[in-house]
Structures are given as structure tokens and as C-alpha cells.
Unconditional design. Sequence first.
Length: 129
Amino acid sequence: MDNNKLMLVFGLSEEDTNFLNKMIEELDLPHYRVIEKNMANMKIRDIIQGLKVDTYDKELPDEKIIMFNNFADYELDKAVRTIRTNKDMKPILAIVTPTSIDWEFHYLVEHLMEEREQAKKYRQQKAQA
């Protein structure tokens, strides 16, 4: 896995990025790289390395996503706790894994959305039991 410690963010508003910038400064966390809609076909590994290849043949949903690459556990904990205090943001949070680092971004987004829906169904079933 790549050693670049950073967050990858997608779909955040200006208010969201202001919140993130303040969080990074206050908690002394690694910075982030923005994934743009025209980077859908890029592999996560390439985005982490700072490459930018414009591709326009994949549509991405309007989702807010924050991914963490190579964060220490305590950094991840601080970041997630702080992000969850922002009730308006509600991003999908994920960790870049040895598997997902080789996925194209659009595929990862689809996967993360499916996982979120499965988790929501599980919580609903558990609440009804």
C-alpha cells in the first residue's frame, strides 16, 4: 500500500471543505485531495499519487465521500468523530484498503453505496426484532 497519508474527498460543498480545513488545522491531521467528477475512471492508487486524468464516460452520483489513506488509528478516530459532529455533512466514510486501492473510483463509489444500503437494511431489521 502506498505511504501517502491523506484523505480523498468527493462531492463536498464549500461549507463542507471549510469544516474539513478547520478540522485538519485544529486536530493536526493530514490534508486531502479532491476527486473531481471527471476522474471517475481513475484508479484510487493513481489519485493518491497525484495523477489527474480527465475521463468523461462515467457518471458519478451526487454523494459526499471521504476516504482515509494510511491514517494512524488515533488520527482516524479523531477525524471520524469530528466529521460525525457535523449533522449537515453526512458523507460516506471509508478506508482505502489493499483491495480498493486498485479499483476505479466509480466502482468504489458503487460499492460504498451498496454497503451503506445493506447496513441500513440490517439496522432496520435489527430495530424491528
